[in-house]
Design a binder for this molecule. Structure first.
Ligand code: OAD
Length: 248
């Protein structure tokens, strides 16, 4: 176990910091999590909306649901938690942000090295030719079922249940886990693999592991420091202290 002050000293000396985020970091931007009290998987069935079978069965329904989520995300702003991580990146020599989120808020708040393990909700990907179109800065197509110029259906560029993670993203995440001195797990229930396995891998490689989550998770007891608070508040405090130590 380490204290918050010890964490700050370690951060001030760290060569390489890796961070894993989940939907909890975007909760304070008004984007619903998946498994909390108002979580998406409490109101909707993943089997109906987030699997390749669901898309084959009813692509219009699946698109409706992703457009509903795109709409929430377009109206949302990064919060002080996202901002603090963008700032942390500027304060340490090597920094990698691995996210399970598909909302792009880390990039919007200025984070540069972001690995999107579960894709990005604003990408349309053709199921036939694989062409991708980024809709983040564009209005949604008029049609309920968007199609590629090759004639194939577009699908949302996210990872669905039963699908493999993008290999390049996963390899880069493993590389960061290998190299980091400090690993943060922030705002994730640590239930969905392979992302949920990254904190333990980092610990086994000798990194100090820190969790920030108001709730206990299956990995909490194995952390060097488990901070049971909101990400925005805690990350702001950590970065302010880190800046003070670096300036002294
Ligand atoms: P979950 O909804 O499973 O977990 C969100 C976590 O955030 C919970 O542990 C909350 O306690 C925590 N949390 C809530 N508010 C927070 C706050 N203000 N600060 C910090 N933590 C907070 O979401 P994920 O772990 O992201 O995958 O879920 C992982 C994956 O499951 C998602 O990427 C998605 C989902 O099904 C796919 O769609 C493939």
């Amino acid at each position: 176990m380490i204290t918050l002050d010890q964490l700050i000293s370690l951060l001030a000396k760290a060569r390489y910091v890796a961070v894993l985020t989940g939907s909890g970091i975007s909760a304070e931007s008004g984007i619903p999590t998946f498994r909390g009290a108002d979580g998406l998987w409490k109101q909707y069935r993943a089997e109906d909306l987030a699997t390749p079978e669901a898309f084959r069965r009813d692509p219009t329904l699946v698109w409706e649901w992703y457009r509903f989520r795109r709409d929430i995300i377009r109206k949302a702003e990064p919060n002080p938690g996202h901002d603090a991580l963008a700032e942390m990146e500027r304060l340490v020599p090597n920094f990698v942000l691995i996210t399970q989120n598909v909302d792009g808020l880390h990039q919007r708040s200025g984070s540069k090295t972001v690995i999107e393990l579960h894709g990005n909700i604003f990408i349309d990907r053709c199921v036939e030719c694989g062409r991708e179109v980024d809709r983040s800065g564009q209005p949604e197509p008029e049609t309920a079922l968007p199609r590629c110029e090759c004639g194939g259906l577009f699908r949302p560029g996210v990872v669905w249940f039963g699908e493999a993670l993008p290999a390049e993203a996963l390899n880069r995440a493993w590389d960061a886990v290998d190299q980091c001195d400090i690993f943060f797990s922030i705002g994730t229930s640590a239930l969905v693999y392979p992302a949920a396995g990254l904190p333990d891998m980092a610990r086994q490689r000798g990194a100090k592991v820190v969790e920030i989550n108001p709730e206990k998770t299956p990995i909490s007891s194995r952390m060097d420091l488990s901070i049971r608070e909101s990400a925005a508040h805690t990350l702001q405090e950590i970065v302010a202290k880190l800046k003070a130590v670096k300036a002294s």
